[in-house]
Design a protein around this ligand. Sequence first.
Ligand code: FEO
Length: 390
Amino acid sequence: MRQVKPNIFEVGAIDWDRRLFDELIPLPDGTSYNAYIVKGSEKTALIDTVDPTKTDTLITNLAEAGIKKIDYLISHHAEQDHSGSIPDILEIYPDAKVVTNEKCKNMLIDLMGIDEQKFIVIEDGQELSLGNKTLKFIFTPWVHWPETMATWLAEDKILFSCDFFGSHLATSDLFVTDKARVYESAKRYYAEIMMPFRGIIEKNLEKIKSLDIKIIAPSHGPLYNEPKFIIDAYKQWISDEVENKVIVAYVSMHGSTKKMVEHLVDALMARGIGVQQFNLVSADIGKLAVEMVDAAGIVLASPTVLTGAHPAAAYAAFLVNALRPKTKYLAVIGSFGWGGRMVEQLKGLLANSKAEILEPVIIKGEPKEQDFKKLDELADKMISKIKDKK
Ligand code: FEO
């Protein structure tokens, strides 16, 4: 239990050991599930709960904070890492009402089997008085589910933002101390779950623009007592601007595709383009996602397996398609033995992407002089297109 301000406590749990989220997203630095108690002169609210694996920690922290009664349990988001302990809390604190929006209520009933009678449904902009403190609910959809919302505590100028602005980072720091570390974690988090919703995030940022925020209290990672730091970072990430950087993500079975990749990477670097090369067999997909946030181009390089793309390259294409980065250019390169439909397959997996797909470089067997020349031409094309956009 940690005090944020007088009568406001962080009562969630730090999960130092968790290494995977959604059985998909690597968590190299663990995470936290932040939950908050706000004690007003008349009522007490608990803002979100924790992952079901950490319910005991939440219950202990509530006892430590001397919480005998919870009047309102504010649920910002139905995903289980924040809602998973709600049934236990409702048992221990039977007077508590779950305060949330209609969409979230329905999801909580579906996911947790919570009794419909337990809910108070609020609208966007509605206020709830705790006596000398007032909670105002701000709907912030698609950060990163349709029901997500935030709570503004006007008297203390705190925005409880749930996943929005969060970072998967287990740390004993209540507030951000190491900005570079938090920036990296928050960017990774944005890349993994927020990036597909850039347009809606812009609207959500607009919605909170007029608030005089002193603290942003997210549901993962440390709190921000300089909110501008993370708000500016989000503005940059969602902007249309890309960096002079190309991702080259490859898999190679017998070395031909790797030789192509090495040549292309050298050619791009020689032309002054920043490169991030990933071997898809062992790559941390979180790092790959981070680079997608602002890369101007992505090159997928694959050998031909059973007449199609290597499954590792198909997985990368699937991720690009799902995360919908603002990348401007995509290219497929690779090698085949006797033929195949690798390019068509990968292009098919990239149907959501708005990026321009450049002429592929597909070769037979080991790369030869004329193949290296084609890769040089691809590098030329990329640099001229990136320069044109500047
Ligand atoms: Fe942290 Fe979308 O849950």
